[in-house]
Design a binder for this molecule. Sequence first.
Ligand code: BV8
Length: 241
Amino acid sequence: MRDTVPDLGDLRERLDAARSVTVLTGSGISAESGLPTFRGVGGLWRTHRVEELASPQGFARDPRLVWTWYNERRNAHASVEPSPAHVALAEIEKRVPDFTLATQNVDSLHVRAGSRNVLELHGSLREAKCTRCDARQPLDDVLAMGDAFAHECGGMWRPDIVWFGEALPAGVLAAAFDAARRADLMLVVGTSGIVHPAASLATKRATRAYVVEVNPEETALTAQVDRSIRARASDVLPRLA
Ligand code: BV8
């Protein structure tokens, strides 16, 4: 049974009046494209050993296992399309003078949907980097190499994403906090608000914006946002666009 259409209240008016908007997204918005989330039912972390996959230690222990997992995810990303929710955010961006989209997702769906000012807080699966030098190349080219993940410098190729215990790209994180600080309105869409420092962008320490969460479930941020709309991204964002 389709959710009742949620009442947006004054959110449209707030969006029209906002000069500066920052959006924080997580895997829930990509659930609209058919990709699994991390912690939900059927989520990636329900069926995989996270510490062995999304950590430098796990990669050092078994690089082939980690590459296999990210290859599967890369293929899944390539097999889906941006959802109406992703497209709606790209539409909204065109109407807002100062718009920033900070995403925790590595699936490139916001970029493919046409969003321009996208801060990929946890990197993306478009590129691979060397563990030893600063060489980079398209991730698909590394996968095409088959088993030889070794780089000529003696390092190994790895996905250019942020694993647990790793710092987020400094410039990207600073830009995200700057955007949160400037924002009049913040939308938090499809994240459980568990992973830091990304989640802290939506807390009152980081922003003075009016913060609206869009999520079918309660999250770690629900208690501290100004408004939590209990709905899916596709039930709300296209109506804002
Ligand atoms: C760092 C890799 C330090 C890429 C990811 C104790 C307390 C606080 C923090 C910590 C702690 N112990 C350790 C930490 C730090 C740790 C952390 O936050 N751990 C958590 C688990 C407690 N953070 C780190 O390690 C970060 N680095 O702190 O470094 C440092 C500093 C300087 C120098 C050196 C080191 C690194 C964090 C990044 C980790 N990498 N992924 C990949 O494989 O994808 S995190 C992973 O979780 C993904 O990136 C994902 O995006 C992210 C967050 O998950 P969500 O996106 O929120 O997904 P989730 O499934 O949880 O939720 C989905 C939501 O969608 C749900 O709420 C659901 O209801 C909703 N939903 C479902 N359908 C819909 C929907 N919503 C709307 N519409 C729908 N249709």
